[in-house]
Design a protein around this ligand. Sequence first.
Ligand SMILES: Cc1cc2nc3c(=O)[nH]c(=O)nc-3n(C[C@H](O)[C@H](O)[C@H](O)COP(=O)(O)O)c2cc1C
Length: 286
Amino acid sequence: MQGSFDDGAEAATAAAAAEAGMAFTLSTGASMTIEQVAKAAGQARWFQLYFVTRDRQVILDLVRRAEAAGYTALCVTVDNPVHGFRRWALRRGGSTRRQDSQLGNLAPYAEQIAQAAVTRPPALDRLAPPVHFPATWDDIRWLRSQTELPIVLKGILHPEDAATAMEIGLQGVFVSNHGGRQLDHGISTLEALPRVAAAVHARGGVVLMDGGVRSAPDAAIALALGADAVGLGRPVLWALAVGGQRGVSSYLTAFRTELLRTLQLLGLTGPAGLSAEHVERRTESL
Ligand SMILES: Cc1cc2nc3c(=O)[nH]c(=O)nc-3n(C[C@H](O)[C@H](O)[C@H](O)COP(=O)(O)O)c2cc1C
């Protein structure tokens, strides 16, 4: 949907991420296709997979396209079986996307997805195109058996879910609450992080976290509390809207510079030195 923000869309963001030495994850719901973005992206490109239909052939086709285009991991988002009740989106007619923006990746499967949409509850119709299906553990097990690509589950907040993901043979989890866009009063990712990280690290997996990371000190806190890496959502979209590829590049470069400075101010030479000792916890829940 990044075409809603700038004509360069996901290709612009992916190129800026590559320039800054950062990974880029392409959404199933992107404006541009897997293949188009692969040309602009660096080596560290991941594909975010939604179960957009119960038709596993469609899901498999998306996976095969990602493999063929050199994406190096799959990030399967599981916190969006239905969209949250997004009042701000309702005010815009039900979507955060511009009406004329494309869903590039899904165009080939329009028929299957339209059939799936017939079964959608009417009250959610205005909120949610395209519909996603709750991926079950069976779906995830099936996916694991279909591809050699590393898989991380995105949208995990509970250590038991994290442990199940690892038992299924996934490579890690993305602690995320979809940027707080799904469930008001849900737990924050920073609160969930330490327990999820303990469950995943005990089983040899990687832990990513997103939600509210705006500047390098935010990232440093997440890394100190157990994340191996953090994700950036809205700030990148804002930078894209304001300045296109150059805007994103400028934001990410500043972020990287500030991270180095933050680590230096903590007396460290690299992020590996960060630990919970660097964070003063003021609430019981953290
Ligand atoms: C406009 C918008 C679109 C999003 N689309 C997707 C998506 O297609 N797939 C997905 O896994 N997450 C999606 N997310 C959630 C982000 O991947 C991420 O979890 C969240 O934005 C992180 O929080 P932050 O924006 O505070 O950095 C979207 C978020 C926003 C704001």
